[in-house]
Design a protein around this ligand. Structure first.
Ligand SMILES: N[C@@H](CCC[C@H](N)C(=O)O)C(=O)O
Length: 289
């Protein structure tokens, strides 16, 4: 009899994930296995995988086990590893509630970007403390085809290049082939956001994610956009002493981002579980061969 592997499907503003509960870290999730799960035609389909592991059972999270029982072992759709996924951590928390591992309210989740504090609301929204943004100096340019734009370099634990454009369509129908930031600035690749103004402290963006292609939302990307827009607008909470809140529309919904005077950034938005099921371990083994 073949072994079954449980999975769930979830999304945060349509940034969608295959969730693989694996408390004791017993499943071999090779990059090829992740890519097979995320394949939208031959697999389940997703922008990435949320591998749900007890911190104590994972070499990268053991040291965080006293602070956070669960580790989000996040993988991009192509199987690569990323430091952080903002929508992922909100969907991860929604899964923990769904599975009865936690109750509504506050919890901590271990990630490669450190321990994140999460709040699960009764109304369905999930808020995550994303930490502080770093804004490395240096000129960055992003290009799509023949067009190029200057961009702001923002690090949210993972790298982002934020470009302000006149019209989101300027970046093309589909952000592929990938927009390009100078290789020297991003030796490990970069996520690229294109941004337009919608109103006071209100913007809209499209994103091309490293390791996943164009997605319908990116949480770390929305935070990078909020910070880049605030600085462009001359709003720096560390100087003004007042929080700056931006509404960021993404193709898959809306995220609300607040940067506080101490630099800490909070992101709020929906996180949904849409399905659950099982796959045959032999199928995964075959696809990952
Ligand atoms: N969609 C995510 C970001 C996932 C990681 C990114 N593709 C990277 O490689 O840095 C989010 O919601 O933040």
């Amino acid at each position: 009899m073949s072994t079954r592997i449980a999975f769930l499907k979830g999304h945060g503003t349509e940034n969608d994930f295959v969730i693989v509960p694996d408390p004791e870290n017993a499943i071999d999730l090779s990059p090829a296995a992740v890519a097979a799960l995320c394949d939208r035609r031959a697999g389940l389909g997703g922008d990435g995988v949320l591998h749900v592991v007890r911190s104590a059972a994972h070499s990268e999270a053991k040291a965080l086990a006293a602070e956070a029982e669960w580790f989000m072992d996040y993988r991009n759709g192509d199987g690569s590893i990323a430091e952080m996924c903002g929508n992922g951590v909100r969907v991860f928390a929604r899964y923990l509630l769904h599975a009865g591992h936690v109750t509504e309210g506050d919890l901590a989740v271990a990630t490669r970007g450190g321990v994140k504090k999460v709040h699960i609301d009764k109304d369905g929204d999930v808020t995550v403390g994303m930490g502080r943004a770093r804004l490395p100096e240096g000129d960055v340019t992003v290009s799509v085809g023949e067009r190029s734009w200057p961009a702001r370099n923002v690090n949210m634990g993972n790298p982002h290049a934020v470009a302000f454009v006149d019209d989101l369509a300027q970046a093309g129908d589909l952000l592929s082939p990938p927009p390009f930031g100078p290789a020297s600035a991003y030796p490990d690749g970069v996520n690229v956001e294109f941004v337009v103004d919608r109103g006071p402290r209100h913007v809209a963006m499209r994103v091309h994610e490293r390791g996943s292609g164009e997605t319908r939302s990116c949480g770390t990307g929305a935070c990078a956009v909020a910070v880049a827009t605030a600085r462009r607008d001359g709003a720096d909470p560390a100087i003004t002493g007042t929080p700056a809140t931006y509404t960021v529309d993404v193709p898959g919904g809306t995220l609300v981002i607040t940067e506080r005077p101490d630099g800490e950034i909070e992101m709020t938005g929906p996180a949904v579980i849409v399905a659950e099921g099982e796959i045959d371990a032999k199928w995964l083994e075959y696809m990952a061969r």
